[in-house]
Design a protein around this ligand. Sequence first.
Ligand code: AMP
Ligand code: MG
Length: 473
Amino acid sequence: MNAIPFDNSYARLPGSMHVAVAPTPVSAPRLIKVNEPLARELGINPALLTAEVAVGNAIPEGASPLAQAYAGHQFGNFVPQLGDGRAILLGEVVDVTGKRRDIQLKGSGRTPFSRGGDGRAALGPVLREYLVSEAMNALGIPTTRALMAATTGERVYRDAVLPGAVLTRVAASHIRVGTFQFFAVRQDFEALKLLVDHVSGRHYPHLKGAGNPALALLDAVMDAQAALVARWVQVGFIHGVMNTDNCSISGETIDYGPCAFMDAYDPGTVFSSIDTYGRYAYGNQAPIAQWNMARLAETLLAFIDKDREEAIRIATERIEGFPAIYTKYWLAGFRKKLGLVSEEDGDLELIQAMLDSLQMARADFTVTFRSLSNGEAPDALKDWLPAWRARLARDPQTAEERRALMQAANPVYIPRNHLVEETIGAAVERQDYRPFEVMLCVLMTPYVEQAGAERYAAPPAEVDGAYRTFCGT
Ligand code: AMP
Ligand code: MG
């Protein structure tokens, strides 16, 4: 294992889809963290993952660095050209399970897509993405991963002067709804067709031979997004910036900018300082995913049917089917969280009544579900518990089986905001990375109680309604 086994399929696609560009070297790179288990999963010798590689000062053999073109709707407004303004795709590797994965540097300098930006990332957002994306993976939720984090030795200028850093991100691909939009708005049907084929072969190989490849792809992406958002909702995750350029075609969670986990249950919860109207509030994430899927469908119309009216009719019907697909995943997930293996018509109402009780009591989402799993009777649910117990009596599991099912569906540890902030603060203000290491370690086994880790399971002392996250710029 003397070189990273790159095989760069995106670089082989036409030049209209990307621009070759190298990272901009920095003065004093220092490694913060290498994710060795992930390196091994990728078939990469961790010894190759040096500070120089992590910041882009050294380009590993076989890489073909490029910035990808994409467009996107940001908070509902269409921007015809966004693209990798501060990220550079080094290339792809086929991992030990045969899955193709992108390796990308984020914060590695300017590209032709940078517009007014500096192409850089600050240390805080890099650590946030590392912690939260790895926590999501440990929770079993599809996500981009963090392979390395390193500081650059240089400053970045935001509201304050901050230490610069680079994150090495691994993804099934970085192809987004916005990638399709980039070519659709330019009426570049040749590129769109290549993209459909590339994405289908890469993420949805079971679609091979489908009669209508574009429609089959739309169905597959809708299914993946519905499943993903249901998983978010079941751990209290709020993405915060579900723009179409942050909506992955593979169905992974991508772009950990203003994301956060909810403490007290409230579907109106918004954390992002720039989300003034609550477009990306916790409870609005499924309708927004559906909206994003409608934007994807629009880019595919020419391939869905030669007759435009007919294409619109077919696509509309598909998009209208999204809530039913989402509800299927939502129900399946919440049944597990409540320890049910059988299905009954009234389950949706039972679950909703539980969530309403949580909201009334402003009870902590994660703690309450875990308490239920441990056989405790949370006070916030006392009026609801009899209905649940009556339902459990009709479910065919033993108490032990149910407890195991519920404990595997209800985490003890999520990356709570106040702890993420504390951890980032220690690193940024005091160059103390121990809290980061400890928190990361706790979050790696989120479903198992760990002795001494009690503070990572506890909600913040005061319900912090004013908590705000900022875009990871
Ligand atoms: P994001 O908000 O991270 O999804 O980014 C939206 C768009 O802004 C993408 O095209 C990014 O590449 C670009 N962008 C964000 N931050 C920077 C930066 N510091 N320098 C250059 N481009 C940026
Ligand atoms: Mg983005």
